[in-house]
Design a protein around this ligand. Structure first.
Ligand code: GTP
Length: 298
């Protein structure tokens, strides 16, 4: 089995998110808050019989050009310490510019395998030959691939190359973290935790969380790009009206605090922005209602 942490690095709009979506699918993958990575967040995971590649978001490299420059100046290469493989993406329809050269100089392989990927091969006007030459002279990557993250052409080959360079090892994350049921359960646990920690006496025991809806929605950014957000509609269910009043709080202050806190934590484990619609409702004596209890405990 192979297992590796890989960073996808490149200038803004080079196609990093598109590539990740193509490689890992858009399905919501939930990640255990595991200590495996400290400075990087997980953007996607690919697992199959070959092993597992965990794609990491390296802070700073993908923000605005301005932020990226500042980041490069501060030379925080330490963000790459935990990484086995670097996928360096380049857009052959744009002039290479200073940023690109700085990035290449920074990434020029030291103890790490760098795979150069020329994206957007489907576009006319892609100067693939010139960019390949530049990559060979400035970066000297272990592999050089041409692909289209959008159409998927060439992306299977990239996976092959990644697995061939990945070190031997057991998967970092068990596949059951990525099943369809799991995200709902984890989401309800996070919301419940925020609620029970904000109330006292008998109220915490009277609360359960019902996830009414959970879906990924496409959103168009102002730049006309497609992003995904996770939309969750959930209920905090209590036994009595008085408990509902406590949870809602004065002018809805408490429920709003719970919602905001839970949302932040949900965004730590889901790869998308989260929108949380959270309400309180009463289900009298739910604890005595056997079928419901069975469902909750099963
Ligand atoms: N034609 C074509 N367009 C692509 C391809 N890959 C990405 N794009 C487009 O390029 C734009 C930027 O893609 P993203 O995946 O958002 O780029 P990104 O690198 O994640 O961008 P940041 O999050 O800003 O760093 C989008 O409009 C994509 O649809 C490709 O292979 N071919």
């Amino acid at each position: 089995m192979k297992a590796a942490f890989a960073a996808i690095i490149g200038r803004p709009s080079v196609g990093k998110s598109t590539l990740l979506n193509t490689l890992c699918g858009n399905k919501v993958s939930i990640v255990a808050p595991s200590p495996q990575t400290t400075r990087n967040t997980i953007r996607g995971i690919h697992s199959d019989e070959r092993g597992q590649i965990v794609f990491l978001d390296t802070p700073g490299f993908h923000d605005s050009e301005k932020k990226m420059n500042r980041y490069l100046k501060e030379n925080a290469l330490s963000a790459l310490q935990e990484i086995d493989l670097v996928v360096y993406m380049i857009d052959p329809t744009r002039p290479a510019g200073v940023e690109e050269k700085t990035l290449m100089a920074l990434l020029a392989p030291r103890n790490r395998t760098t795979i150069a990927v020329i994206n957007k091969s489907d576009l006319p006007g892609a100067r693939i030959e010139q960019i390949s030459e530049l990559l060979r002279s400035e970066l000297d990557p272990a592999e050089l691939l041409v692909l289209s993250a959008r159409t998927g052409e060439g992306t299977e080959k990239l996976l092959e190359v990644l697995y061939s360079h990945a070190p031997e090892g057991e998967p970092f994350y068990p596949p059951e973290y990525y099943t369809d049921q799991e995200p709902g359960f984890r989401a309800s646990e996070i919301i419940r935790e925020w609620a029970v920690n904000r109330v006292s006496q008998e109220v915490p025991h009277a609360i359960y969380v019902e996830i009414a809806d959970m879906e990924e929605r496409e959103v168009q950014t102002s730049a006309g790009e497609t992003r995904y957000k996770l939309w969750i509609r959930a209920f905090l269910v209590v036994e009595r009206e008085s408990q509902k009043g406590i949870l809602v709080g004065k002018k809805g202050k408490l429920i709003s605090e719970i919602r905001k806190g839970a949302r932040k934590d949900l965004e730590k484990i889901f790869p998308h922005r989260v929108e949380l619609d959270l309400r309180v409702k009463v289900n009298p004596k739910w604890r005595n209602k056997d079928p419901l209890l069975k469902r909750l405990l099963s």
